[in-house]
Design a protein around this ligand. Sequence first.
Ligand SMILES: [Zn+2]
Length: 456
Amino acid sequence: MSLLIHNTLSRKKERFEPIDPHNVRLYVCGPTVYDFAHIGNARPVVVFDLLFRLLRRIYGPDHVTYARNITDIDDKIIRAAKKEGKDISVLSKRYTDIYNQNVKDLGALEPTIAPRATDHLPAMIRMIEKLVNSGHAYAAEGHVLFDIGAMESYGKLSRRNREEMIDGARVEVAPYKKDPADFVLWKPSTDDQPSWDSPWGRGRPGWHLECSCMIEEHLGTTIDIHGGGVDLVFPHHENEIAQSESAHGEPFVRYWMHNGYLNMAGQKMSKSLGNIETIDGLLKKHRGEALRLTLLSAHYRKPLDFSDELVRQQKKRLDRWYRITDGAEACEVPQALIAALEDDLNTPRALAVLEDLATPEGAGELKAGAQFMGLLMQTNEDWFKGRLKGGATIKLEVTGKLSATDESIDALVDERIEARAAKDFERADAIRKQLEGAGIEVEDHPDGTSSWRRRD
Ligand SMILES: [Zn+2]
């Protein structure tokens, strides 16, 4: 057992050694809940869910603490709530619930803790006071700013020079800043913005501060692994380090892990290109497991070129695996699969191990290995009938297919069996055509019965 992790701090693969093997601590930045999360946000969820599963296997399920936060106070939420004329708590609750359901549909285990930023205001104010008192932060015009000049190692994670930092942060050059790269810990709120009392007047925290405080409160001052998308390295994670290390005088994170970008058909997802796909929208046209397998198909540090075609290919792969493992009992998780994942979560190699097992002889191991990765979790019947857990059927809104309920399909299939038995072949053919038009394939069996499956 030896887990290797690529550490963004050293830019090297390192052997993972937890601070306390009885309590391995992992933190991943969660969503800002102001809108539907896009599929790019799903990549860290699935990648670090797999890491969570692996850590639980290595150290025991009770010896791993995984926190993924909810950012429920942010200027984006304030703007969106104002636009809708709703309270920010209404908006953040709505999108938190949707997010939680979406990531569940992607097969992600619940994290041990899902802290919300708004529950941690006292801790945030305490940390700012500490930073002001130690000379790492200063108050100016209702704001409190982190003074990057007071921290010699600032920039060690992203390895940027000063000019790159100012460009990268797209910082406002405000007159009250000592240095344009100084970042906000606290800012004043106007009367129509959410606010909390503080020694610097009524206001609200900066985003970077939220994660530093939630980590301190739930996981401690030094944690084992901090994960997130590569877009968070700078400024978000750089600033988390600045705050936490200056406040506590201890190393903040031992291993930093970052997943690569998700591109949409070769292009960066962006509002201006109009190519943003939400997790919720994609779950209406694809099965969660097919999306999960797609997100795991590339190595987590490499860019992933996402497309509907890629998801369809992975769905076909799962169809094949479901057929092979039909009736098979899951046995031991194959050691070669664990070895691949222990090598910096090498999922392409892990999936190649499963592919090698995709034979009648390998079915038990294929099932165990796939289930370890959160795949093949449905019964064959549910999978092929397109049923989701909880009884809902998958909705293919895009093609307009599969809108029929299981019950109405069953009734038509039964009617067709009766028509055939009565030798009314014209009626039987008409029903078959009707079902085919709705995307349902009917298979007749020698004993006179028929089964059906959704084609998608
Ligand atoms: Zn964060």
